[in-house]
Design a protein around this ligand. Sequence first.
Ligand code: SIN
Length: 511
Amino acid sequence: MSEHTTDVLVVGSGIAGCAAALGAAREGASVTLVTKTTRPEGASTWWAQGGVAISRDDPEGFKRDILDASSGTANEDAVDVLVENANDVVRNVLVETLDVDFDTGDDAEFDYSREAAHDQRRILHVDASTGKHVHVPFLNYLDAHDRVTIRDDTAALDLVTHEGRVHGAVVEDGDEGEPIFAGATVLATGGIGDLYPRTTNPDGSTGDGIAMAALAGADVADMEYVQFHPTAFDDEAPSAPDSEDTADQSFLLSEAVRGEGALLRNADGERFMPDYHADAELAPRDVVARTVAREREATGEVLLDTSPLDFAAEFPDLLEKCEDRGIDWETGIPVAPAEHFCCGGVAVDDRGNASLDRLYAVGECARTGVHGANRLASTSLLEGLVWGLRAGEDAAGFDPTVVEAPDLLNRDPELPDNFAREKFVRLRRVMDEYVGLERTPDGLGRAHGVLRRLKGEVDAYVRTRTSRSLYELRNASITALLVARAAAENDDSVGCHYLADGEPAQARADD
Ligand code: SIN
């Protein structure tokens, strides 16, 4: 085995991983950033539409909206860190360092947009495809940085730990693999969309960082709070065009479209949101998502009616997506909820420190406390940026130590045909049915049992084999179990953890 050392190892290449790399490099550390993707599109950041909320001149108002969206469950200290740093970090990194060309109005001032549960316009954006306009310059900037090495197509398999401290990770790129020893390790592996049949996340969102951290013994929190976006394109709706092409069928219709006045109507043409919440289409995301799901179930489909706005002029990139797929957007775009964001994750403090020494987590795989039970729109890029930078700066101060690492790579990589695919189908079915938008104690108990058995089957293979797809399946099965267990143990129906009835299901005490 070759020995690779670096001051800071960052796992993941979305905005949080990039910000961590930047923060550490600015402190003079050598940084190795590994990502299992080969294209920017492999990170959720690239797909982000809405934008980056900032405090402008009203941090208190921004804080209030975050707390309200979370039904008062967000951690106030964490929210203070976010809102107090928002303006400076966005200006310093996105505007001055990366030169992101946020949309401006005729007066050359920023054109702030509004989304659900924001009481004012405070979202910086580039059309409705902000993510890629931030992500690509960030990767290019780091690529040119002499203290940063980016290794793509390189998956982290397990953390290297010794006497309670994390010393890096074992990574695999193709058939080759090696431990990378690091003074500090920052997990920035994104979300868990692969656990559900419909998601806005890119493929490969298998909760890798959360699973690796949990396996190493780090604390994980708030996993029951899985956020569903109310308006992803519904490719199964009666009015959706037939498509042979199964790739990229669903896509997000940004909340910014409702922020500009679009309405939700059921299959009978009725606008229903005012019957459910005073803020109607701009109610908190969990409320809109559940209501859309119910109306879709009851009437057959739900349509996003863009007639109150000039959709073509205001959202040219979404218009193009609709036209590419043959969607007749003028009669309404069929929409359905899709898994969008995991509010929980590796429990971290206000600088991204996890409960294990020299381990950090940032971005979607981290639980900072900012989101509580439900995340306010357009706060995820900001959270990734703020915590990524702070964690990177903090992680920069340690020398790497070479310790004994697990030798995972000299094992038989062959798996039975369709092994991972069949397990993923089972896992997603259970998560969709019992651990989705609405949960019941019975269903959670059942899901927990099925997922434990599934994890046992996967573990039996992991003991003797190593391959990226098997480890992704392992990570997904661990993460699914964490979600189901946290949900079963929480009898407080709040935010994204909505209990439809009855008493809480108890996870088995011996799990
Ligand atoms: C959206 O554009 O609706 C997504 C924004 C977010 O999830 O923060």
